[in-house]
Design a protein around this ligand. Structure first.
Ligand code: PLP
Length: 388
């Protein structure tokens, strides 16, 4: 039995993230007529605000779904069974996307990584260079691999594609709202995101930004589809209405969360994420624990995966922290099961609650008997006290 621990639960998973009180209040209201004028205005408002987050002037779709649904929409709208795609297996989420592609009968050319780096643009360029017949129809990349906390440089991937006609599809599920993302500027064709991470909204909405080229590919072909079809999204961008009953209260939440992000200003939002990420890494360095991401240029802004020393269970550490200090951390996924714990630092977090979260980790390391140096929290506090 879990002993009673007083105080509010600390949710430090890399999604779902903490919900601001303003967002909770915005959801806490009666339903409205989803075919009435008030709803149309709401639909148009959230699309306009989402365009700013994706930095696109093009189509932005909203599905009542988890992010996985938007993965599926990207594949079925643009590709048919037998089409070849190129995917860098940078971690568990890239692997899951690959598994989905295989289930749809796609021919997946995989670039393996050690799960400690982002995708390698040079390796992508080499494969595309050999693809003289342009059999590769899409290049898929995960921007922030939430399982490893490594980023892929999407602008560099686009550059590596040079004049190859493949579509560029990017999973930005744990990066959107945490770091500057440029759907149009980087030449991304399909960007996929979800509500429950940097956007500070409960799980249940999936988003997709779609380039003109991707839309043209969908109109010219793709696989059989119904619920995931993009065409009604194009219409929804004009009218604000959905083809089915929308997840209305989540849209109230989204509208409020996007307003909050705009009020804070995106440069400040991104700087805040960078600060907490840096504070976490400083703490880990003092603790003497290795980061799963081995490339400093690729550190993620929203999550840090930390390895426990050989022979020490990361799952036991998390269990001790939950039981003793009432805090949830992310677990190791796939081949990293029990090898890493992940501290989420995206979305609604204040400096004091975040130093509290790091304190819980340091106390947990001691309580679980994990060899470490004390003082990580102090290093993080010193940094946060002096940082902007
Ligand atoms: N891709 C990434 C990078 C993720 O972090 C996640 C979820 O954590 C997913 C895909 C799957 O999203 P969902 O769980 O919303 O379906």
């Amino acid at each position: 039995m879990t002993p009673f621990v007083s105080g509010r639960h600390f949710l430090q998973t890399p999604g779902p993230t903490n919900l601001p009180d303003r967002v909770l209040r915005a959801m806490d209201r009666n339903a409205i007529n989803h075919r009435g004028p008030a709803f149309g205005a709401l639909g148009l408002a959230v699309v306009a605000k989402l365009r700013q987050v994706f930095r696109t002037g093009g189509t932005v779709g909203i599905f009542p779904a988890s992010g996985t649904g938007a993965w599926e929409s990207a594949l079925v709208n643009t590709l048919v069974p037998g089409d070849r795609i190129l995917l860098s297996r940078t971690g568990q989420f890239a692997w899951l996307w690959e598994q989905m592609a295989l289930r749809f009968g796609l021919d997946v050319a995989t670039l393996e990584t050690d799960w400690r780096h982002g995708a390698d643009p040079a390796a992508i360029a080499r494969v595309l260079d050999h693809d003289r017949e342009h059999r590769i129809k899409a290049v898929c990349a995960v921007h922030s691999e939430t399982s490893t906390s490594c980023m892929t440089d999407i602008a560099a991937v686009r550059q590596a594609m040079e004049s190859h006609p493949a579509l560029l599809m990017v999973d930005a599920i744990s990066s959107l709202g945490c770091i500057d993302y440029q759907h149009d500027g980087w030449g991304v064709d399909v960007t996929i995101a979800g509500s429950q991470k940097g956007l500070m909204v409960p799980p249940g909405l999936a988003f997709t930004a779609i380039s003109g080229k991707a839309l043209a590919a969908a109109r010219a072909g793709g696989s059989r589809r119904s619920y995931w079809d993009w065409e009604p999204l194009v219409a929804a961008n004009q009218t604000g209405f959905f083809p089915y009953t929308p997840a209305m209260n989540l849209l109230f939440a989204l509208d409020e969360a996007l307003t909050m992000l705009t009020e804070e200003g995106f440069p400040r939002v991104f700087a805040r994420h960078a600060r907490y990420a840096q504070a976490t890494r400083l703490a880990a360095a003092v603790w003497g624990l290795d980061l799963q991401c081995a490339d400093p240029a690729a550190y993620a802004p929203g999550v840090t995966a930390i390895r426990t020393p050989e022979g020490h269970s990361a799952d036991n550490l998390r269990a001790v922290i939950l039981e003793r200090f009432n805090m949830s951390l992310g677990n190791g996924l796939g081949r990293l099961e029990d090898r890493v714990f992940r501290i989420g630092h995206m979305g609604e977090i204040g400096v004091l609650s975040f130093t509290g979260a790091l304190t819980g980790v340091e106390m947990g390391l001691r309580a679980a008997g994990i060899p470490h140096q004390a003082g990580g929290v102090q290093a993080a506090m010193n940094f946060l006290a002096s940082a902007g």
